[in-house]
Design a protein around this ligand. Structure first.
Ligand SMILES: [Zn+2]
Length: 635
């Protein structure tokens, strides 16, 4: 199970100042009397734009966002509120939701009063969808009635006695995990939608959390942290960043799990045996502590963890985990291919952590990873037909993708997915005072009113190997435009207003174009893609084929709708046999050739069985293979 969440950082403005752009919360500048106030000791060097300044054009990202938006619209507030009202002793005649929101599920409330609010707030911030904002505001005010009825500041869809079981170390699923989701949802409603009642409610919840945790000794609290607790440290830090009340930061740090942080601070990988999605949110919290306190130890923890997970514990898709855990020593992944590899929440949280590291140090390698996870794990794990989400992305060959049911699954990954596809505009562009970072090649329009300019990015990427950026606005403006040259680029070129530049940059770096830009100026970036192989770190015969940034999957027979909906994973054992590939190690991609007629489509050649390969994100209802067993061709 499990997963995490949102973000937060600053306050919306008083009515009179509504024309002032609200920044991305995680950078956290609150506005007091129209002046920015920041509690950050370490501001990001490169910062995102408020999402409302970035609009998606046509392409797979917009398809995902629109599917997510339709799904959020389909959820009736009364059904979302049912278990909260019941728990507070208030009447409700609504039909309960099922799955992890069912009235007997110990995690109930995590989506209905948590992820749902975050997702609606993010969707409002990115698309301006007023109806979703209004639905979410209604849920907030009804949750406020529940909180008032429960008295003590506690707000949940399950009884407070769950926390007695947690304290006594009796069996209980994950109460703080769920509380984190609700707190983050309320804080997002304040940050992105200006909902003052939500801020008041989350502060009351924080007061209750402070009382509960404050009554335990340090050692007792450390034992409580043995039960999954989501991003409690993060949301309490964000509450400090929004209110300036330092007390919340102290409460946040009660969620520092010593036995997890100490080895990371000493640069020791002791991740084997840990539940993955329990721990990534703790590192996001560490990243926030660093930003808010300046304590370098927390930065060390976050950077070492990120390096270790990305370089030693991630698959070609950017995903991590097998059966929700890290089961092996670093670099051992060939034994870790199954029907339940790479939980979607883990990709969501790693991408969220990546934004912090990039903010501190805008290196292309962070955005290379972000692109890998976005195009290979996130796109393609939402069903474009109905906005349902996957839980695991299976990487054992011959299986298929399974999606939740709209009202009867509501897993952790439904929650993180609902948020992910509502905020696909938050990382395409970053900036500092004098420069713009173009991180991702996605058809979109950026407005940057402080500079009096905009950028219209036109591309069919990844179908098109490159992009075109047109400067819009008033201009002229002196500006360094940094274009990411991805790790997979071989060659490539750039033209300004039709004229080729003599220089280019090496892979995994930013190419800086510093000049006075005028409206109508045009940058054409060409990034030729080629086939390449991504092998298992511990078994060179276990190989995935990639084309530029894209993981290719062998696409096989379609599966039935019954096989697709409702289960966390495909049935182990119901596997299509996938024949080994034979290849000459000197020409490792010679077994694949492009289809002359269809973009991003390939075929195997010279094999016992001819297969078609397409980007993994395009496979929805068919069996597939990502890793192939490759035998050496004897010549
Ligand atoms: Zn999950």
């Amino acid at each position: 199970m499990r997963s995490v969440v949102a973000s937060a950082g600053f306050a919306l403005l008083p009515d009179a100042l509504k024309t002032v752009p609200v920044q991305d919360p995680v950078v956290d500048t609150t506005h007091k009397d129209g002046k920015p106030v920041s509690y950050e000791k370490v501001p990001w060097k490169a910062r995102p734009f408020p999402m409302k300044q970035v609009k998606l054009g046509d392409g797979p990202c917009r398809v995902a966002t629109e599917a997510d938006r339709r799904y959020l619209h389909s959820l009736p507030p009364d059904r979302l509120l049912h278990t909260f009202r019941s728990n507070a002793g208030l009447p409700s005649s609504a039909q309960p939701l099922g799955g992890w929101e069912a009235p007997d599920c110990e995690l109930r409330g995590h989506y209905a009063g948590g992820h749902y609010l975050s997702a609606c707030a993010l969707m409002y911030a990115s698309t301006g969808d007023e109806d979703l904002k209004n639905n979410a505001s209604l849920v907030v005010s009804e949750l406020g009635r529940c909180q008032a009825a429960l008295k003590s500041g506690y707000l949940s869809a399950f009884p407070i006695e769950f926390f007695d079981r947690l304290r006594e170390r009796e069996r209980v699923w994950a109460p703080f995990y769920t509380i984190h989701k609700i707190m983050a949802g309320l804080l997002d409603m304040y940050v992105y939608c200006g909902d003052e009642q939500a801020l008041d409610m989350v502060q009351k919840m924080a007061g209750w959390v402070a009382g509960y945790t404050g009554s335990l000794s340090y050692e007792h609290m450390q034992r409580v942290l043995g039960t999954e607790f989501g991003g409690m440290g993060e949301v309490l830090s964000n509450l400090y960043a929004v209110t300036g009340k330092e007390y919340y930061l102290h409460v946040a740090q009660r969620f520092d799990k010593k036995q997890f942080f100490d080895p990371l601070a000493a640069h020791r990988d002791e991740l084997k045996g840990l539940h993955v999605n329990t721990h990534i949110p703790q590192v996001i919290a560490a990243a926030r502590y660093y930003e808010l306190t300046g304590d370098r130890r927390y930065r060390d923890i976050a950077e070492y963890f990120w390096d270790e997970v990305v370089s030693e514990r991630s698959y070609c898709t950017g995903g991590t985990s097998n059966g929700e855990s890290w089961n092996t020593d670093p670099g051992k992944l060939s034994t870790e291919l199954s029907t339940n590899t790479t939980e979607c929440c883990c990709a969501y949280n790693m991408m969220k952590l990546t934004r912090h590291l990039f903010g501190w140090s805008p290196d292309a390698r962070f955005m290379d990873y972000y692109e890998r996870a976005l195009f290979n794990h996130r796109l393609g794990t939402i069903n474009p037909e109905d906005g349902t989400m996957m839980y695991y992305l299976p990487l054992a060959a011959g299986y298929w993708k399974t999606f939740g049911k709209p009202f009867d699954s509501l897993w952790c990954c439904t929650g993180t997915g609902s948020e992910e596809y509502a905020k696909l505009t938050d990382t395409i562009y970053f900036h500092d005072d004098d420069s713009l970072y173009v991180n991702l090649y996605i058809d979109s329009q950026l407005e940057w009113p402080e500079k009096g300019l905009g950028v219209k990015q036109s591309t069919r990427f990844p179908e098109e190997p490159g992009t075109t950026l047109a400067i819009t606005g008033k201009g002229p403006t002196q500006l360094a435009i940094n274009l990411r040259i991805p790790y997979w680029a071989t060659g490539g070129s750039v033209k300004i207003n039709g004229e080729a530049l003599p220089a280019f940059s090496s892979p995994s770096s930013y190419l800086t174009l510093n000049r006075v830009w005028k409206p109508g100026d045009k940058i054409q970036l060409s990034l030729p893609m080629r086939l390449h192989i991504d092998s298992m770190p511990d078994d060179a015969t276990e190989q995935a084929a990639m084309y530029g940034p894209l993981v290719l999957a062998g696409r096989f027979e379609a599966v039935t709708r019954e096989m697709t909906y409702g289960d966390l994973e495909p049935k182990p054992g119901n596997q299509r046999k996938v024949a080994n590939i034979t290849a000459d190690p000197k020409e490792p991609t010679a077994w694949i050739e492009p289809d002359a007629r269809q973009p991003l489509t390939f075929h195997t050649v010279g094999q016992a069985e001819t297969s078609t390969l397409v980007p993994l994100y395009q496979v929805i209802h068919e069996r597939y293979a990502v890793y192939w067993k490759v035998d050496k061709r004897s010549t």
